[in-house]
Design a protein around this ligand. Structure first.
Ligand code: NOJ
Ligand code: CA
Length: 705
């Protein structure tokens, strides 16, 4: 792995400097566009400002903490000394949207001490990039502070405009909300408190979850998030709609009267602000991964990015079921003759998926509902001890399925639905991962549906952050990669633990199968691309060809055209991409299936060719091994014509371009299946006008000629 690092460190030792208004502590990004100022108020309160292109983007914003066990960190500080550093490296993603990542920042570290007893210490580290700012708090080892019980972190982001904001509520238990688009001053998260679709939800404040993205009148684009969330609780942002100020509001627990407990020394996650001139640059910004530590688990070549099919959509449609119809008798699951015959994960059904996948260049098959416990999955208070992660239902033969897959070159993807019963899952993990290792299975989809057990914990609090992270670390020891559903948000930890391959953490495709509110509207993914996707890979599970599925559900449908379903393989990034529809629906549509067969999953380079948050986006990605390019373009409920210049292609190379586009009169609701496929030759000097229908899209494979 090629890594170039340049570090220049300057120490400025300013022993016991008194607060000095005239003196400003600054850092400036390498191109000079982004500038950060730090100082203390007359009362010794820490604050910062951020300027971009000589405009104040974050105005005076105060920083501090409240504790249960000790006096607050909010004032009476002096600056003991400061350090500045210039850092520039190029690191490589083992799999990802691109191979080489430039990480180029200027760092300002401010070391504070209280000027009154008990004279405790706090450091704040700022990293200033051309595409934004990250900062975190360091609690250094010190004699008069050994442990903190944080009741609240007070990190402010004081904004200077009433931005157009794309947000979901600051739910402590789930991110599966539709995005709202309002002015910052009009955010009202509390109106989502009673949500019909969710097995768990808790929204205590007018706060939003991150990433939250904003567009200014002057064209500036901002997105607020956090990076490297480890042994801490998730941060929501409380909205002061009058002052246009966001402030950290940490996720808590009903079991403790603090939100985070840590022994010193430790540091918090990074608080991150992406800042760009336009929407496409938000997607190509690497701020979040760059703020994370380098790979700690070494070689992960045992995980191969792949497309997969699976026993999944059929359960969401109600064609088959996860459970078999067993009964729990004296704590044991028994086949008492009550099998209902609808069980999906049968040996035969899985073999059918293996056959189909082998034929169509798809390397994985996910099998949900293979293990005992699903009869008492959802809606039960007492879910501990219900699921078992090694015992199969009677009609599923693990050895047979694995051997059949091996013969055909197809891997099984494991599924562990914990039903949020974390103690049972934690206890069984070693055995469950060892079973996977025995069968040569290298990835697992985990699930956390329901209210967390132990009672009183939330999905996004410190307890669960630690559960999700220790699961990833433990899995790495068994060469297992994790795709978590009902996860903690992605915060770029895939850089440090590259066995963190994908996750849900948004309203995924499944909502289209059963949501009582009409599913995901056409604007959903054009918002997701500029919000949730900035955090990291998404297991969205695209590729539904039978858009209306009236045979199964008359009330539900996918709210896009078929062409958009293809485009999502390029637009939505994940190193594992599901071909989510039923085998029979693909077999009835061999022509569009060709795109799924061809499309890559691991990229050397990504170009975002155009886009506006919530409206449309066009992305082109170059496949690592072949050098072929793939393009995806999607729009919201509005039809559009988008000019694409292919000047990103390699020089002196022609490509056979197969274009999958919305047909005449295509429309997400009235005519979603109208698709036209055209093959032409394209090179670096080509230009095309993509014509997207309402809720439509366009997918292009560009195969080297
Ligand atoms: C919710 C997940 O998002 C979905 O993909 C899965 O099928 C069910 N839980 C069952 O685990
Ligand atoms: Ca729109």
């Amino acid at each position: 792995m090629r890594v170039l690092i340049t570090i220049i460190i300057a120490f400025v030792l300013q022993s016991c400097m008194s607060p000095d208004k005239k003196r400003v502590f600054e850092a400036e990004s390498s191109n000079g566009l982004v500038k950060l100022h730090f100082n203390l108020s007359d009362e010794g309160e820490p604050y910062y400002l951020v300027m971009r292109d000589n405009k104040t983007v974050i105005d005076t914003s105060f920083l501090g903490f409240e504790f249960k066990n000790t006096a607050a960190f909010d004032k009476n500080f002096i600056i003991k000394n400061t350090e500045t550093k210039t850092f520039n490296e190029t690191w490589q993603m083992p799999w990802g949207e691109q191979l080489d990542v430039e990480n180029n920042y200027r760092e300002l570290k401010v070391m504070l001490q209280e000027k009154v007893s008990p004279e405790r210490f706090l450091n704040i580290v700022f990293r200033v990039y051309d595409d934004g700012v990250g900062f975190r708090y360091e609690f250094p080892e010190q004699a008069r502070l050994k442990e903190v019980e944080i009741t609240e972190e007070h990190t402010q982001f004081n904004l200077t405009q009433d931005y157009k904001t794309f947000w979901i509520p600051g739910d402590w238990d789930i991110y599966e909300h539709l995005y709202s688009t309002t002015k910052l001053s009009e955010i009202d998260a509390l109106k989502y408190v009673d949500h019909v679709n969710l097995a768990q939800t808790y929204i205590p404040e007018n706060a939003v979850n991150t990433p939250v993205t904003m567009v200014g009148d002057d064209g500036i684009h901002l997105s607020f998030h956090e990076a490297a969330l480890v042994d801490y609780s998730g941060m929501t942002l409380k909205v002061d709609t009058e002052k246009l100020c966001l402030e950290s509001h940490l996720v808590g627990s009903q079991n403790t009267d603090y939100k985070v407990k840590r022994s010193l020394p430790f540091h918090t996650p990074w608080r991150a602000i992406q800042m760009t001139d336009n929407a496409p640059d938000l997607i190509t910004s690497n701020l979040i991964v760059n703020l994370n530590d380098p790979n700690k688990i070494g070689d992960v070549s045992w995980f191969k990015p792949m497309k997969y099919t699976g026993v999944w959509w059929e359960m969401h449609l109600g064609k088959s079921s996860w459970d078999y119809g067993m009964e729990m008798v004296d704590g044991q699951w028994l086949d008492t003759g009550k099998a209902h015959g609808k069980h999906g994960a049968t040996t035969e059904n899985v073999k059918n998926f293996i056959d189909f996948s082998a034929k169509h260049n798809i390397k994985g098959v996910l099998v949900e509902g293979w293990n005992t416990g699903w009869e008492r999955w959802i809606g039960f208070e007492d879910r501990e001890g219900v699921f078992d992660f090694v015992t199969t239902y009677p009609d599923y033969d693990f050895d047979e399925v694995i051997n059949y897959g091996k013969e055909k070159g197809v891997d099984i993807i494991m599924h562990h639905e914990s039903s949020a019963a974390t103690e049972t899952y934690t206890k069984q993990q070693d055995t469950a991962f060892a079973l996977m290792q025995h069968y040569g299975i290298h990835s697992v989809k985990t699930g956390y549906v329901g209210k967390i057990l132990p009672k009183g914990e939330y999905h996004h609090g410190q307890y669960m952050v630690n559960h999700y992270n220790t699961t990833v670390e433990k899995a790495a020891k068994y060469e297992v990669a994790i795709n978590a559903h009902e996860p903690i948000k992605a915060t770029g930890l895939r850089r440090t633990y590259p066995n963190t391959i994908s996750r849900e953490g948004l309203r995924g495709q499944e909502f289209n199968a059963w949501a009582q509110d009409g599913g995901n509207p056409p604007e959903h993914l054009p918002i997701v691309a500029f919000t949730r996707m900035l955090a990291g890979p998404i297991d969205f599970t695209p590729g539904i060809f039978n858009i209306k599925f009236d045979e199964y559900k008359k009330e539900n449908q996918v709210n896009t055209t078929l062409a958009q379903q293809l485009a999502l393989y390029v637009v939505i990034y994940s190193p594992i991409q599901m071909a989510a529809d039923l085998v029979e629906h693909y077999e009835a549509n061999p022509e569009p299936l060709q795109f799924i067969k061809d499309v890559g999953v691991d990229w050397e380079m990504t170009k975002v060719l155009n886009g506006e948050v919530g409206d449309y986006v066009t992305i082109a990605r170059k496949e690592r091994l072949t050098g072929n390019w793939f393009l995806g373009s999607i729009t919201d409920e509005n039809a559009r014509e988008l000019e694409v210049d292919f000047d990103f292609l390699d020089a002196n190379q022609t490509y056979i371009a197969t274009i999958y586009k919305d047909g005449n009169n295509a429309h997400w609701n009235d005519n979603p299946l109208a698709l036209e496929i055209e093959t032409i030759t394209i090179n670096k000097s080509s230009k095309l006008t993509l014509i997207l229908a309402e809720g439509g899209g366009c997918a292009i494979s560009l195969i080297k000629n």
